[in-house]
Design a protein around this ligand. Structure first.
Ligand code: 5AD
Ligand code: SF4
Length: 387
C-alpha cells in the first residue's frame, strides 16, 4: 500500500472528507489483503459519523421469476427453459407483506424479472395502492422490476412506490456487451436512460454492479464506483457474481477470480463506496451472504447498513434462482429476524426494523418524507384507481 493512500484512509477515519481519486480506488481494489483493516475502519468511521450504527431491514417479496430479458449471467434469463416460472397473485403478495408487517418490518421490496405487460404493472400498482391505504406513510415500498417505460415508472410512483433499484451491472459499455446478448433488447444506453427517468420521476434511485464477473478488472470496478458517485445514487446493492450452470457465462467461469476473491472485492467495493458516499444506504446483499457464511457481518463491518430478509413463500423462493446456492431457509420470519438481530449485535450494530430508513442523501433539502407522501396522496393525481 502506498504511503499516500494509507494517509488518505487515516484521514477519512479521522473525519476528513473523502479525497480518494480514481487511481486510489483502482489501487485499493488491486491491493493485497493488508489494506483491508485500515480500509474497513475508515469506511465504518464514515458510516458511524453519518448514519450511525443502525441496520435497516427491507423485506423482499419475489413476486415473479418470469423475465423477457436473457442476461448471460442470470438464472432467470428467458433462455433458461429448465426453470419453472411463477407469478404470485395479489392476495399472495399482500399476505407475504402482512407477515413482514406483523414481524415489525416497515420497508418492503417487490422484485421480479422484467415484464412490460400492462397486467404486471397494474398488479404492482394495485399492491402499492393497497400498502398506502393500509399503512399510509409508515412504510416505504421499493421496486426492483427491471427497465420499465417512463410512463409506467411515473404511474408506479404515483401509486405509492418510493424507491427503485435498477442495477447498471457494469458502467463499462464494452463489458456490458459481453454480459448481455446482442439482440436489440439489452442496451447499456437504455439502462442509463431508465436510471435517469427514475430520478426525474421522483424515485429514490438505487443501483449497483456485479463484482468478479469474467473479464472484469480493478479498473472497471473503480470506474463503477466513480459512476455511482457521479450519478448520485441514493442506495446501492452490489454483490459477487455467482456461477449458474444453466447460463452461458458459466462456460467462462475459469476467467473469473476465485469465489473468495469475489467476496473480498465486494467488501472493498462496499467500503470504498461508503467512503465516497457516506449518506447513502448500502446493503449486505444476499449474493454476498450466499458466497460467504459470515457475509452479513463482513458486509456490515465494511460499511453496509441494510439487509433484506426474504418474505417470499418458500415454494416460490426456491424458483427465484438467480444463481446457485441462493439461500432458502424454512424458518419463520420472526426466527430469521431474531437470528439476524443477534448477529448484527455481535458486531456492534443494532437492527432497526421499525425505521423506514430513508437515506439522508435523498431526503436532505426535500420536504419531510411524511409531508412528501401526504402531498402525493392528497394531490388528486390521475393515477390508477384504487380498489
Ligand atoms: N450472480 C450474482 N448476481 C446475479 N444477478 C443476476 N444473476 C446473478 C448471478 N449469477 C443479480 C443482477 C441483477 C439482480 C436481480 O440479480 O445484478 O440485477
Ligand atoms: Fe431478467 Fe434481471 Fe435476470 Fe437479466 S438479471 S435475466 S433482467 S431477472
Amino acid at each position: 500500500m502506498s504511503l499516500l493512500l494509507e494517509d488518505k484512509l487515516f484521514r477519512t477515519e479521522n473525519g476528513e472528507p473523502a479525497v480518494l481519486d480514481r487511481r486510489d480506488l483502482e489501487t485499493t481494489l488491486a491491493a493485497d489483503s493488508s489494506i483491508d483493516e485500515l480500509l474497513f475502519r475508515a469506511a465504518r468511521a464514515a458510516l458511524l459519523r453519518t448514519l450511525g450504527s443502525g441496520v435497516y431491514l427491507r423485506g423482499i417479496v419475489e413476486i415473479s421469476n418470469a423475465c423477457r430479458k436473457n442476461c448471460l449471467y442470470c438464472g432467470l434469463r428467458s433462455g433458461n427453459t429448465a426453470l419453472e416460472r411463477y407469478a404470485m397473485s395479489f392476495d399472495e403478495i399482500v399476505m407475504a407483506l402482512e407477515d413482514g408487517w406483523r414481524a415489525g418490518l416497515r420497508s418492503f421490496l417487490l422484485q421480479s424479472g422484467e415484464l412490460l405487460g400492462g397486467e404486471h404493472v397494474s398488479l404492482i400498482a394495485r399492491v402499492l395502492e393497497w400498502t398506502r391505504r393500509q399503512w399510509g406513510d409508515s412504510v416505504r415500498m421499493v421496486l426492483s422490476t427491471g427497465e420499465l417505460p417512463r410512463d409506467a415508472l411515473e404511474r408506479l410512483h404515483r401509486a405509492g412506490g418510493d424507491r427503485y433499484l435498477l442495477r447498471i451491472e457494469t458502467s463499462d459499455p464494452g463489458l456490458y456487451t459481453k454480459l448481455h446478448p446482442d439482440d436489440g433488447l439489452h442496451s447499456f444506453q437504455t439502462r442509463l436512460q431508465c436510471l435517469q427517468d427514475l430520478r426525474e420521476a421522483g424515485w429514490q434511485t438505487g443501483s449497483g454492479v456485479l463484482i468478479g464477473v469474467p473479464g472484469q478488472t480493478p479498473r472497471h470496478l473503480a470506474a463503477d464506483l466513480v459512476f455511482l458517485r457521479d450519478f448520485g445514487i441514493d442506495m446501492c446493492g452490489m454483490g459477487p457474481w455467482i456461477e449458474h450452470a444453466d447460463t452461458p457465462l458459466f462456460e467462462s467461469r475459469d476467467e473469473a477470480p476465485p469465489r473468495e476473491s469475489r467476496v473480498g472485492l465486494t467488501l472493498r467495493m462496499i467500503a470504498l463506496l461508503r467512503i465516497l458516499m457516506p449518506d447513502i444506504n448500502i446493503s449486505a446483499t444476499t449474493a454476498l451472504q450466499t458466497l460467504s457464511p459470515r457475509g452479513l457481518e463482513a458486509g456490515l463491518n465494511a460499511g453496509a447498513n441494510v439487509f433484506m430478509p426474504n418474505l417470499t413463500p418458500l415454494a416460490y423462493r426456491r424458483k427465484y434462482s438467480l444463481y446457485e446456492g441462493k439461500t432458502a431457509v424454512a424458518d419463520s420470519i420472526p426466527e430469521v429476524l431474531a437470528r439476524m438481530t443477534a448477529r448484527c449485535a455481535a458486531v456492534g450494530r443494532h437492527v432497526a426494523p421499525g425505521l423506514v430508513g430513508d437515506p439522508p442523501h435523498f431526503t436532505a433539502g426535500r420536504p419531510r418524507p411524511a409531508q412528501h407522501a401526504a402531498e402525493r396522496l392528497a394531490g388528486g393525481d390521475d393515477g390508477p384507481s384504487i380498489g
